[in-house]
Ligand binder design. Structure first.
Ligand code: NAD
Length: 281
């Protein structure tokens, strides 16, 4: 698969576009507005220039030359694989998969979602080709983290899963694990309750954000603490994933604590807005 589209050029979509172009693919990114397209291009440029400076790629401009950012979804018609990476909102994703089904021409094209928590089945069944709909869940930052979770729904064909695996492992150089189509898959089902527990601990005044994070870095050899990680993921995304998990399992450990709700209401979304549990320049 050489022709790739990524719908949504935010934190994750720009990373997926970057690793695809670095693997030599022809990549189209679709964003929702001119401003968002400009922001996506800016993110890609910044990350690729950094990769060039670190000697990870020979030329940022050569890689950038393989990526086109569009605002018309019609641009994805000739793609062999489309990865959806728009906001974690079920209604928005359902609407998008209906549109992709109508637009993407190749009969064997793979329609993938990077969703962290929305059941793949809900996206598959709104298309006429649920056998070709699969979760391909990358991790943030995409150019750095090796893992991809492959999430076939009950209706996804073995051929789609095999071709997706060949693409992420063979072409993109990632490592895949297989998960059932349940909210949170493997990693978020374990990670989100951990982050929520850290937020509850901070919210109760039991320890400072710095000490909670230092505790896990120094005492459990985590590369960063749970609150810094929540800021990196984005507090809106963290909350959305918690809500999907709660919706699926109805377990209190998945319930978003009030502080997380208030911070999202306030627009304190973490690194992407400059302030979350920490403040960023
Ligand atoms: P983000 O808010 O950074 O990016 C979402 C982008 O989608 C925005 O740029 C927005 O303009 C664009 N968009 C929204 N609706 C669109 C539409 N209809 N068409 C085209 N573009 C549209 O969010 P993100 O963190 O990149 O998350 C994207 C997806 O990846 C979510 O499903 C999320 O759960 C998942 N995910 C996130 C992380 C993480 O750490 N943030 C990790 C793995 C997976």
């Amino acid at each position: 698969m050489k022709n790739v589209a990524v719908v949504g050029g935010g934190l994750m979509g720009s990373g997926i576009a970057e690793v695809s172009a670095r693997a030599g693919h022809d990549v189209i990114v679709v964003e929702s507005s001119d401003d968002a397209a400009k922001a996506a291009l800016g993110r890609l440029e910044k990350s690729l220039v950094r990769a060039e400076a670190k000697g990870k790629i020979a030329s940022a401009s050569d890689v950038l030359g393989l990526i086109r950012v569009e605002t018309d979804l019609g641009a994805v018609a000739d793609r062999e694989v489309v990865v959806e990476a728009i906001v974690e909102d079920e209604a928005a994703k359902v609407a998008l998969f209906k549109s992709l089904d109508a637009i993407v021409e190749a009969p064997d094209a793979i329609l993938a979602s990077n969703t962290s928590s929305i059941p793949i089945m809900k996206l598959g069944v709104v298309t006429t080709r649920p056998t070709q709909v699969i979760g391909i869940h990358f991790f943030n930052p995409v150019p750095v983290l090796q893992l991809v979770e492959l999430v076939p729904s009950l209706l996804t064909s073995e051929d789609t899963t095999a071709r997706s695996r060949a693409w992420v492992e063979g072409s993109l150089g990632k490592q895949a694990i297989d998960c059932q189509d349940r909210a949170g898959f493997v990693v978020n089902a374990l990670l989100i309750p951990f982050i929520l527990s850290a937020i509850r601990m901070f919210e109760s005044g039991f320890a400072s954000a710095e000490d909670i994070d230092r505790g896990l870095v120094l005492g459990a050899a985590h590369p960063q603490g749970p609150l810094a990680l929540a800021d990196l993921i984005g507090l809106d995304t963290t909350k959305a994933v918690a809500e999907s998990l709660y919706d699926e399992f109805k377990e209190p450990l998945y319930a978003a604590p009030p502080l997380l709700q208030r911070m999202v209401d306030a627009g304190l979304l973490g690194r992407k807005t400059g302030r979350g549990f920490y403040t960023y320049a």
